[in-house]
Design a protein around this ligand. Structure first.
Ligand SMILES: Nc1ncnc2c1ncn2[C@@H]1O[C@H](COP(=O)(O)OP(=O)(O)OP(=O)(O)O)[C@@H](O)[C@H]1O
Length: 232
């Protein structure tokens, strides 16, 4: 299997506080991987480093064999944990920006995904609810034909019915053979789609396993295993 993401001894400090402590991971193409950990365990910090948003850290990262930069940005489709829309924009403006920015963006596909969430290109961002913005952002990100998808909390702000649709959108729209890395607290909602899970605790990887192996070994769901590992 092709290795798409290699993280070697990555540590990150904010002042004196160590948010990531010697994280090493090799992630392969064709896998959906859950990045799980309690609040403040370092998930978003790691994701921001991979996406080139935090540049000061120790260690090395290779994305598809190359350093983080222009080439890695081209192959990673990234859903941040907050939305980046401006209130004065219309949905159609954002679609245009995505088309200009990303040659792999399929706007027709995006419009058909938006249809599933009853989102219209003539909506004004200012009038959309938090959940509607999250759904729109997911439609954008999943309409790129990327090698790597990184989704930071993709279902945090949406209702349970919409969560199911979102899972379906993720499963049916990522490019086959790509890597999908998803951070979430809603483990029971998402665990059925994970091939592997990574548990982060206080900036350290305490577990990285095939989901099925973990379930058989512990005779527990991933949600139960998580609660046990992180119980104080
Ligand atoms: N800009 C910053 N300055 C100082 N400390 C920060 C900064 N960003 C994050 N931290 C700290 O780093 C640690 C890891 O934060 P991070 O956002 O990566 O965690 P997380 O696992 O994504 O948390 P959550 O699940 O709550 O989103 C936390 O203790 C946080 O307070």
């Amino acid at each position: 299997m092709q290795e798409l993401l290699r993280i070697n001894n990555v540590s990150k400090k904010y002042g004196h506080f160590k948010a990531l402590d010697n994280v090493s991971l090799n992630l392969q193409a064709g896998r959906i991987i859950g990045l799980l950990g309690p609040n403040g365990s370092g998930k978003t910090t790691l994701i921001k480093i991979i996406n080139g948003l935090l540049k000061e850290y120790d260690g090395q990262i290779q994305v598809n064999g190359e350093k983080i930069g222009e080439s890695s940005r081209k192959i990673i489709s990234y859903l941040p944990d907050e939305n980046y829309f401006q209130d004065w924009m219309y949905v159609r403006d954002v679609l245009e920006i995505f088309s200009d920015l990303y040659s792999d963006f399929d706007s027709e596909n995006c419009l058909s995904l938006m249809n599933r969430f009853k989102l219209d290109k003539n909506m004004k961002i200012k009038t959309m609810s938090k959940g509607m913005k999250e759904k729109f952002q997911l439609c954008l990100v999943m309409s790129r034909k990327a090698k790597i998808y990184i989704l930071d909390e993709p279902i945090a702000g949406v209702d349970p019915v919409a969560r199911e649709v979102i899972l379906d959108v993720i499963l049916n729209n990522y490019e086959e053979g790509s890597l999908v890395l998803i951070s979430t607290h809603l483990i029971s909602d998402l665990e059925t789609i994970f091939d592997e899970v990574i548990f982060l605790k206080e900036g350290k990887v305490v577990l990285h396993k095939e989901t099925e192996e973990l379930r058989i070994e512990r005779k527990q769901s991933i949600d139960e295993a998580f609660r046990e590992v992180f119980r104080c």
